[in-house]
Write a protein that binds this ligand. Sequence first.
Ligand code: NAP
Length: 269
Amino acid sequence: MSQAKPSTLGTAVITGASSGIGKVYADRLAARGYDLLLVARRRDRLQAIADDLQARFSVKVGVLVADLAQPSGLSETMQKLSSDPAITLLVNNAGTSSVVPVSQVSLDTITNLVALNVTALTALTRAVLPHFLERNSGTIVNIGSVVGFSGYPWVPIYGATKAYVLNFTQGLKQQLAETAIRLQFVAPAATVSEIWDTMGVPLSSLGAGVVMTTEDCVDAALTGLDNGEFITAPSVHDNSLVQEFEKTSSALLAATQNDQPAPRYGIRK
Ligand SMILES: NC(=O)c1ccc[n+]([C@@H]2O[C@H](COP(=O)([O-])OP(=O)(O)OC[C@H]3O[C@@H](n4cnc5c(N)ncnc54)[C@H](OP(=O)(O)O)[C@@H]3O)[C@@H](O)[C@H]2O)c1
């Protein structure tokens, strides 16, 4: 950490801050005046980003090197987050993907996807909540994906982890409805980042006009947050689709509250 005074905005924790979307969040939140805690596995990358942001924005930037897919790295990070009352914003961004067909995928890959995209995001949310509840303030931004809206053949396991992120964030928002804690689900579509290298899919193989820059994605997501959006899908121009999706899914849930099987099943009592 630098010798700068603590930020009046508090500390923003960004997981997966060593590249891509998380790195841009780090830049934008430092520019807004947040102190930062950057979490990822690659120490050299994190330290270079921290040095740069401290020099440019005179904020305090801490680095936590942790593998969030491993119980030891996750529990160390939980401990750090739950013991720091200065944290006011958590960006659960670290995530990974795989395009290996379900019939061929290894147990390690399945385990890693769920550990990082689901377990770590849930556990870190759990870690910050007690302080947020005590203060009745704080913001949690969960990075999902557009493939969390509907199953997608390329990435059924990854998509399902992102559907979890959406469902978890929706349920938690309702659980915290009486508080001033803010939640946002961000659903990027194809965005320039290293995740495509991880998957072994060249970005050039995607159609023209579908890949957003990382900067545009994060800037749109932060504007969505400022505007009080719950679901932010930067690439969706017709936001009524998002609103209809939210309305239809909660109407479907409400319609399930019936002890009688629907007439179409022909069960007569
Ligand atoms: N890019 C897209 O097209 C796209 C679309 C939809 C959603 N998203 C979501 O956006 C988020 C950010 O991804 P990105 O696109 O920016 O990809 P990225 O450049 O690959 O960034 C992933 C970040 O997560 C970190 N990470 C990976 N495994 C980790 C682990 N086990 N423990 C701790 N940190 C780990 C990586 O850092 P280290 O390697 O240093 O650990 C890196 O900082 C992800 O949740 C992803 O699912 C991306």
